[in-house]
Structure formats: structure tokens, C-alpha cells
Design a protein around this ligand. Sequence first.
Ligand SMILES: Cc1cc2nc3c(=O)[nH]c(=O)nc-3n(C[C@H](O)[C@H](O)[C@H](O)COP(=O)(O)OP(=O)(O)OC[C@H]3O[C@@H](n4cnc5c(N)ncnc54)[C@H](O)[C@@H]3O)c2cc1C
Length: 461
Amino acid sequence: MRINERVVALNDKPVNSNARYVLYWMQMFKRVDNNHALIWAIRKANELKVPLVVYEGLKYYYPWASDRIHTFILEGVEEKRAEFERLGIRYIFYLQKDAASAKNTVAALAKDAALIVTDDFPCFIIPEHNRRIAERAEIAVHAVDSNGIVPMSKFDKEEYAAYTIRPKIKKLLDRYLVPLANETVEHSSIDLDIDTDFETLVTSDNIPDLVAECDIDHSVPASTVYHGGTVKGRERLKLFITDILCNYDKARSKPDQDGSSRLSSYLHFGFLSPLEIALAIRDADAPQESIDAYLEELIVRRELSYNMTRFNDKYDSLAALPDWVHKTMRKHAADERQFTYSLEQLERGETHDELWNAAQREMVVTGEMHNYVRMLWGKNVIAWTPTYEIAFETLVHLNNKYCLDGRNPNSYAGILWCFGKHDRPWMEREVFGQIRYMTSGSTGKKFDSKKYIAWTKMLKI
Ligand SMILES: Cc1cc2nc3c(=O)[nH]c(=O)nc-3n(C[C@H](O)[C@H](O)[C@H](O)COP(=O)(O)OP(=O)(O)OC[C@H]3O[C@@H](n4cnc5c(N)ncnc54)[C@H](O)[C@@H]3O)c2cc1C
């Protein structure tokens, strides 16, 4: 049941009026500022005259769990603990290392809670988490949308493309692109006696040891380029605004330059809110073309992706594609592929195409891939795998395994875009049919591809 444009009640269970606190289960919006879920939890706690407890857990068995993803998340824990303490809010973090570690920690904390507030993130493992907790808990569960500038509920169906969602967003923007005030708790939970045997103390020094103890994929190392947390995200935002934004409209398509924000991983894990970034960019001293170009990506394109995963439950498959794509794929399914590569060859970046290998290497080593080559990267996998289904699965696997910003609505929308999602039919050709085609030859002429390739060769794990 919808409570307001950002809040949904996930069950019809009662609020426990004899409880000791409100529990905010922080899953995706890992921040203190500009967090609608936290604000809702604070309001509920104040209304019920009880303190607020914030819980964040990191389990070992979610798909693609690795040193890289774990480290990035853990790097944001210590600063949150300090921030929450300053706000009079007890923050409990738990790293579940393996099958022998404590389980059902949310349910355990929920026993003393009046209600659970959590994050409404429209893809990957979160919808299932929320469905399960709403079923299992004996109290009310509220899910809050702090994903984008415009609440996802402002759209009642899947949008066809950027041109259909753009005018709707534009109409609503004045109302939502405004600062959001933080709220404060009236009752501190810092000294609350809570049974938290399972709690994990994370400091900047013990992260490598903690990660090494987890039963996760240790073959994907922590990024040496991107470090997690709101502080690091804000440092990058500041650098982007002072040194890069003024030329963003041109430089964003040049992988050989540091020309884009590189904020997608901070957005994915919620270390930074899109609202904070959008307001800072809107008010920056930069040419209007660059500001507009950036806000188009951050708001229109990003919120189109969230809209897709919210309304299309097939977002993790080719079934999410429109009819014209299915028709053209049926016609070209048997076309001969000039080159085919196995997952292992692709993963190691061993193709005949130097630019593609460079993009793959950037992703494997740093944890991100530049937007411009990311499109080419996806398109080429369609050309080099035996079927469209294998191409899709390969792309999802590699993107989500290596990219810090993977497992996000943008991941699925970006990969599906390579197959024609949110796009239109183009001139028909082999294998691609009417799906837009890109080649390394022509793409590589639009920037200094030799410089980009040379840079990736110098990258070291
Ligand atoms: C095959 C493929 C896979 C992709 N996988 C991901 C992914 O896993 N995670 C991810 O966040 N993005 C993904 N994208 C979209 C886009 O490539 C990245 O968002 C972008 O490269 C992030 O870099 P940036 O922060 O420097 O972007 P900037 O150019 O600085 O843009 C600012 C922000 O706008 C949003 N944005 C930018 N481009 C897009 C886009 N095309 N669609 C939706 N939102 C956009 C991002 O949140 C980004 O951080 C994918 C695109 C393709 C073609």
C-alpha cells in the first residue's frame, strides 16, 4: 500500500507500540545526507517517541561478491559510524563472513523494533530481500525510494525511451530539484542496550583482513583507483566540478581524457545522492551546454533505467526488449559470426581487437569502464558470440563481476541498449539486423584510441 510518493508499506502488519526503537535497514542508500529513507525513519521514530537504530549488513553470498565490491562498501563504514554517532543514532554494521556466521540479523533486531524502514531499490537482490522481510517480520515494513530526483512512483508504466520520459521529468523538475533538509532524532540511541554479538568493527586498517576472511571471490581484487565512501565521492565531485565539468559536453566522449564524472560507483552504492550531485552541477560556474549535458545523463538517462527495472520484471533478460528487436533478431539469429570468442577469452581480453581488449582491461583492473567504449564493448560481444542470449549473459556477467557500478538499473539498461532497448531501428546488416551497429574502426577515430590503449597497458592490478 502506498503511503506517499516515496514510501510504500510492504505488508499490512501493525506498528509495535511497545517497542524500543525504529529500525532502519540501510541496504542501498549508504549515506547520512539527502536520504529519504533515513528521513522517513527519523520522522517515524520521533512520532513514536523512540530512538532510531540503523543497521547495515554485508553478506558473503550475493552474486559476484568479491574483494573489489566488499572493499568499496567497507571503505564507507567507518565514516558512517562517526556521522551517525554525531547525530545520536546507533549504527550497527555486520559483516557476515561465511556459512558459519550469524544469520537472520535483521529479524533479530526487528524483535525490539516498532517498525522497519528500508530502501526501495528496483533491481538485483533488493526486491527479494524486501519481499522476504515483509513476510517474515511481525511488524510493519516501509520501503522508501531515494533513488532519483523524481520519485519512481511519478510514472505509472515502463517508458519507451528517453524521448518519452524526458518531457515528463522536465515538467516535474522544478518541484524535485530542490535541497532536502536533514532531520534530527529527538531520542538518542547511542547508549541503548542492544544485543549485537554479531556486530563487526570496521576501521580503515582492518579492511584487507576482514575481506580476506570472507567466503567470496578473491580473484577480483580491490580497486586501487576507486575508494568507497561519501568523503571520497565528494572529493571526486569537487574535482569534477572545478577541473572537468566546463568541457564535459565534448570530453565525455573521449576515453583518452579524464572527461566524465566517474561518479557512477558512488551513485550505485548510494554514497552520494543524485540530488546532491545535480544541485552542485546546476549551480556550478560552467558553460550551460556542459551542465545540461551532464544533467541529461544523471537525471533523464539514469531515471529511465530505474523506470525500466521498476516496471519491467524481465529486465534481466532479452525478454525486456521491444518487438522490433525480437523480430530482427529472429531474422538474423543464424547469420554467420566472423569471429567467436569464449567467455574466458573475452574475460582475459584476448580478441583481435586492440581497442576492445583495452576497454576490457580498464574494467578488469580499475573497476570501471569509460562510457564511450562501454557501448562499443557491448556491441562487439553481440558480434563475437554464437547467440544473442550468450552475448547478453556474457555482458551481464562481466559487467557485474568487474564493475563497481554493476548490478544497477543502469547495468541492465546499458547492456539492453546494446541490443536496441531505448533506441530505434537502424539500417539492416548481418548479425545485428536493425540493431544499431558500432565498429572499433569508426569509434576509435573519434578520440585518440592509441593513447587510451597505451594507458590501459600501463594499468597494474
Ligand atoms: C554496456 C553498458 C553497460 C553499462 N553498465 C553500467 C553499470 O553497470 N552501471 C552504471 O551506472 N552505468 C552503466 N552504463 C551506463 C554508463 O556507461 C555509465 O553510467 C557511465 O559510464 C558512468 O560513468 P560516469 O559516472 O563517468 O558518467 P558521466 O558521464 O559522468 O554521467 C553522470 C552519471 O549519469 C549516469 N549516466 C551516464 N550515462 C548513462 C547512461 N547511458 N545510462 C544511464 N545513466 C547514465 C550515471 O549515473 C553517471 O554516473 C552502461 C552502459 C553500457 C553501454
